[in-house]
Ligand binder design. Sequence first.
Ligand SMILES: Nc1ncnc2c1ncn2[C@@H]1O[C@H](COP(=O)(O)OP(=O)(O)OP(=O)(O)O)[C@@H](O)[C@H]1O
Ligand SMILES: [Mg+2]
Length: 325
Amino acid sequence: MPVVVTGSIATDHLMTFPGRFTDQFVEGKMENVSLSFLVDDLVQHRGGAGANMAYGLGLLGLGPVLVGSVGSDFDDYDAWLTRHGVDTGSVRWSELKHTARFVCTTDTANNQIASFYSGAMSEASLIELAPVARRVGGPDLVIVGPNDPQAMVQHTQECRDRGYPFMADPSQQLAWADGEMIRTLVDGADLLFTNEYEHALLLQKTGWSEGEVLSRVGTWVTTRSAKGVIVEQAGQTPIEVIAVPETKPVEPTGGGDALRAGFVAARQWGLGLERATQVGSAVATAAIEVIGTQEYSLPTGPFLDRFAAAFGTAAADEVAPHLPG
Ligand SMILES: Nc1ncnc2c1ncn2[C@@H]1O[C@H](COP(=O)(O)OP(=O)(O)OP(=O)(O)O)[C@@H](O)[C@H]1O
Ligand SMILES: [Mg+2]
């Protein structure tokens, strides 16, 4: 049965201004600002945590079902995801709004002026999971990734009501969500993912102890950038997994989403927690060594060689039969 990935779907439009913003600000004239910067570079990246995770799962041959809300500008992005093995048949197209978009201009001093338009994402709470399950079969796992807050709460509630196993991945939404909302998102999850900072924030905001969280979720995975990953379960000794040695990050954004994709794929293949975390780390390394969150590929030979060098040949032999192609 498929993995259903709910979460944000967005594009990033990144421009560079070959000067300094501050040279164009006129002191004492800041109450009526009308500035235009002639930029010399524009790159566009496909992103959004939901789409990033689905991309990784697609590369790994899982045929994930992406669930989220987009605008009429989604055609090209749709084709891209489909080409990489993602089922986009349950993506909802808004009639009124564009796909969520992050627009950012950076100057030569690394100052940034950015805007985030949530657009069609704000309609994600209109999506129900039951019709998705009717179309593709009852899901093995529903990932509740960062998204429109109301959609996250509803997807989580629907999973609990219908008995779909779910993964809580609140990520950056933890920054502003209150304790009550976070408790709602986490309680009863099969899997909980956070990075180290979010791990601490979650404890602080929910008021739960480490043990109380672990009594409410099956497994808590905490990523710690170059320091590796910790996997915790109630009553078990935590499992620690190293990050892939000699990772050369060129853009760390998206590492978390790629790690989740690798972990979930390996669990679907039936591999143990330690092995799945290693697969996640290897996919994360591939993702952060390129610019863009969906620009990496996982060519079987090189992927396995690097995996074996990091985690041993016995581990690589366990993973090899499951890799596509
Ligand atoms: N410098 C690094 N060296 C090796 N691996 C790294 C490095 N940075 C990130 N990773 C890999 O990416 C994974 C996720 O990174 P991190 O713990 O920073 O999550 P995050 O802050 O949520 O990331 P994101 O920016 O994608 O939200 C790590 O567990 C690790 O496998
Ligand atoms: Mg993250």
